[in-house]
Ligand binder design. Structure first.
Ligand SMILES: Cc1cc2nc3c(=O)[nH]c(=O)nc-3n(C[C@H](O)[C@H](O)[C@H](O)COP(=O)(O)OP(=O)(O)OC[C@H]3O[C@@H](n4cnc5c(N)ncnc54)[C@H](O)[C@@H]3O)c2cc1C
Length: 480
């Protein structure tokens, strides 16, 4: 079945054998061979390019459905791509043409919230923001907050170790994961970690699953730490005229004695797409090089913001007074990728006018101005558009590289974007940075792995993979 683009595992795949077993053992409606359904799960947000559909989509309703599927896939050599909401930005959930897609989005039950213990137990298909909302009813919060929180799943967040806007104070998904129930490629169901905040019993295999990009097993349940919900938040905006001013602001915040709960950046290019008029709403000077958003939270939010305001006042940047709650919410929404209501700029290329590539490098936040100068020069030299949003406080950068569709055909445009990405990645690594801060390696970032991971370290990765997945059925050829 559809095995023409098979890789090493898939060449030996016995799809007929697999389908015969799972169609006999799964409840009706779980296995879907419909062409439109298969095509719908072929790609993720990393690419506008169509990907070939998988052989089948499986929508499990229970851990035992997953177990049946993995045991059969292992036996018949069928590759398995696990999928949450498909919001990934590195191709980690792209279907394999000779494989199946295991769509976990239907396992979306919040099993338990224990307010006294500040713990949630959830199925992997729960939407990130929905968990935070459920926790709010108990005065608690789910701290990891990817900009995609309204559309991504907890399972995908765990598999990519998602970071996000609150990382600077609360850490990434890793900090929230206490325990996992995982189906191994053999079909066996195991629990890793548990319900305690501290746990050094054995090797940290639970931690190893976090960020493993669907290559070791399938997360079917997660036990997650919640935090007290902030009673108060306060935010100010800062506008900068050049990158050295941005760097001064980052250093000023870092030495202020206050850890902000959010510290984000949108540059001029990103603002142009999302709605520059937002600046006049908050009384900021027009057309800055970048706007920074700095937020504090908790009982001391207002006092902490005053301290940050004082620290930032020495940088030469324009610093707003504390923003009204509606303005703060608007600025955060723009940072998440929304546009001002009713705004569209005909000068700006949309998805139909531009070829696009987004990156996710992380650098030490003390090297930002060097990075910005070098990245700007490299993109100009190649004739590629560059705009930037960033989790600037922790040095995680999301440059958008663009080429106008009317200037180049797809093939040469993709080559040019790849060369520009290559230049920016090398700049980041030379500054002591890394390839991906939160999106994962997936398919698209694999070419650069040897710049960061030595042959010995890569071999260790393969050894770990073989221990979990000796037949290499779980997302083969992805992540490492
Ligand atoms: C607008 C936008 C903003 C974003 N902002 C951020 C951000 O701020 N921070 C950030 O970190 N990311 C961000 N992302 C990227 C993306 O949302 C995250 O990587 C997210 O964690 C992916 O979740 P998902 O459910 O969509 O997973 P998918 O894209 O479906 O899958 C991602 C990976 O997880 C694996 N996987 C999924 N579910 C499971 C499971 N149950 N068991 C094992 N493996 C599994 C898949 O095989 C794949 O390798 C953004 C994306 C968009 C579109």
């Amino acid at each position: 079945v559809n095995g023409e683009a098979a890789g090493p595992v898939a060449r030996e795949a016995d799809h007929a054998g697999f389908l015969a077993v799972v169609s006999g053992e799964l409840p009706s409606g779980v296995l879907d061979l419909d062409e439109a359904a298969r095509s719908a799960v072929a790609t993720d947000r990393a690419s506008r390019l169509p990907q070939p559909p998988p052989v089948a989509v499986v929508r499990p309703r229970s851990a035992s459905d997953v177990s049946v599927v993995l045991a059969a896939a292992n036996r018949f050599g069928v590759p398995v791509v696990t999928r949450g909401a498909g919001t990934g930005l590195s191709g980690g959930a792209w279907a394999l043409p000779a494989g199946i897609v295991l769509d976990m989005s239907g396992m979306d039950r919040i099993v338990e919230i224990d307010p006294a213990g500040a713990i949630a137990v959830v199925q992997p298909g729960v939407i990130t923001a929905a968990l935070d909302e459920a926790a709010a009813a108990h005065g608690l919060a789910y701290a990891p907050d990817p900009a995609s929180a309204a559309i991504s799943t907890i399972g995908g967040n765990i598999a990519t170790n998602a970071g996000g806007l609150r990382f600077i104070k609360y850490g990434s998904t890793r900090q929230a994961v206490l325990g996992l129930t995982v189906v191994l490629p053999s079909g066996e169901i195991v629990t890793l970690g548990g319900r305690t905040r501290k746990n050094v019993t054995g090797l940290d295999l639970c931690g190893l699953m976090v960020g493993s990009e669907g290559t070791l097993g399938v997360v079917v349940e997660a036990t997650l730490a919640l935090v007290p919900r902030a009673v108060d938040t306060a935010m100010l905006a800062v506008t900068c005229r050049d990158w050295s001013e941005v760097q001064r602001c980052v250093l000023a915040v870092a030495s202020s004695g206050v850890t902000p709960s959010l510290f984000e950046l949108m540059d001029r290019g990103a603002l142009r797409v999302r709605g520059p008029a937002a600046l006049s709403t908050i009384g900021a000077p027009a057309d800055p090089l970048a706007v920074l958003l700095v937020q504090t939270d908790g009982v001391a939010a207002v006092a902490e913001l005053a301290r940050l305001e004082e620290a930032l006042s020495t940088t030469g940047a324009w610093v707003s007074p504390p923003l009204a709650a509606t303005d703060a919410a608007l600025m955060v929404a723009l940072r998440r990728g929304e546009t001002l209501p009713g705004y569209s700029d005909p000068q700006v290329g949309g998805a139909d006018e531009e070829w696009w590539l987004g990156e996710d490098m992380a650098i030490p936040a003390t090297r930002l101005s060097e990075y910005f100068a070098a990245a700007d020069a490299a993109s100009r030299a190649l004739g590629v558009g560059l705009s930037l949003v960033a989790h600037v406080g922790d040095g995680n950068l999301h440059p958008s590289l663009t080429v106008r569709r009317d200037s180049l055909d797809e093939g040469p445009a993709q080559d040019l974007l790849h060369r520009a990405a290559d230049a920016l990645i090398r700049i980041a690594i030379d500054l002591g940075g890394t390839l991906t801060g939160e999106h994962g390696v997936g398919v698209l970032k694999r070419p650069w792995l040897p710049l960061v991971l030595s042959p010995t370290v890569l071999e260790l990765h393969r050894g770990v993979k073989a221990a979990f997945d000796p037949n290499d059925i779980m997302n083969p050829g992805r992540a490492y």
